[in-house]
Design a protein around this ligand. Sequence first.
Ligand SMILES: Nc1nc2c(c(=O)[nH]1)N[C@H]1C(S)=C(S)[C@@H](COP(=O)(O)O)O[C@H]1N2
Ligand SMILES: [Mo]
Length: 389
Amino acid sequence: MVRDLGAGLRRIAERIPEPGDFRSPLRSVRLTTVLGIALGVAFGVCFLTGVLSHFIQHPPFWFRWPSRPVGLYRFTQGLHVATGLATVPLLGAKLWSVYPRLFVRPPLHGLRHAAERLAIAALVAAALFQVVSGVLNVARWYAPMPFFFTAGHYWIAWLAVGALLVHLGVQLPVVRAALRRPAPAGADGIGRRQVLVAVGAAAGVVTLATIGQTVRPLAAVSVLAPRRPGTGPQGLPVNKTAAAAGVGPAALDPAYRLVLAGFGRSITLSRTDLDAMPQHTAALPIACVEGWSATGTWSGVRLRDLVALVGGDPAGCEAVIESLEAAGRYRMSVLPGPHLADDLTLLALRLGGEPLDLDHGFPARIIAPNRPGVLQTKWVGRITVRRTR
Ligand SMILES: Nc1nc2c(c(=O)[nH]1)N[C@H]1C(S)=C(S)[C@@H](COP(=O)(O)O)O[C@H]1N2
Ligand SMILES: [Mo]
């Protein structure tokens, strides 16, 4: 029995391949270096735009995000998702180029080597986690994620960046040497170049197949974009429907009143009252954190006019926006000073000249420039203005 077990283990050990078994004319330190640099750049841009998106949604006390340019967030978040998706083929190729090293023997020699391997294990695990969870979020498939996506994706990003910096520090001499050597010529060189061209092409195809969700002229070729233009009522995609939010009856109730509170005062406004106020129109995008974005022509009442109704100066205030939606992560948002004061920030009552569709937030929704979609609160029931200075 014991002898059988020993023999079995030996057989398994014999089957573990030697690094030499993986020798491919296509792998080289130089190829790994070039892939690593491309991956590092894509990951770096993705990380910075991701942290920015997180700060806009959960601002630390020192952080200020302006309301202009109107489409800046649309750009940075489009870039976040595009660079994230481009890392899929890059990461695959990078891992392929180095995976024989997984089997170097002895597996550990010395403390330094152990630390290096641990950092690489953390880096690979974190990078795979980021790519997989990001793609699942774009696809809106939450079942395989038993954690809150946003929190997991944010904190693992820091782990990935930390491990990446350690990895970079360790590998810098190798990278320098590889870049200083001339590219190998002959059949070998051509083969490796073809790998790079193929990986680059794969990244390009992934980008083209999805970028149309934010760069609308490319929508026709973006066959994998989950949110194509023209989908949804009034030509705009919908993330959460009124039915899913359970707001139908309250939103359609003729007794609907907007509660506007602040400075010890509270007033109620019916849809008719809101329609009687000065109306303004703004062409502004919904820029969802998932990467899709689409512009609509919204009209309604300026938020600054509503603030003035309770006697506030929008520049020194912020407003808490609450939805008729009873529960749900995105039932509330805060409009900071710059957005509150901006002429383009509306309590929208109409989209494309028609009354808002119920799924777009009827009877009233927030639309503000340079702001993530999750903060463009729909089915607004209450606005509370408070002073910030
Ligand atoms: N009350 C409420 N407002 C909400 C949401 C929500 O779940 N509840 N989803 C937000 C998200 S994530 C986005 S991207 C936009 C989408 O707006 P649309 O459906 O009109 O395109 O609405 C935002 N407003
Ligand atoms: Mo969103």
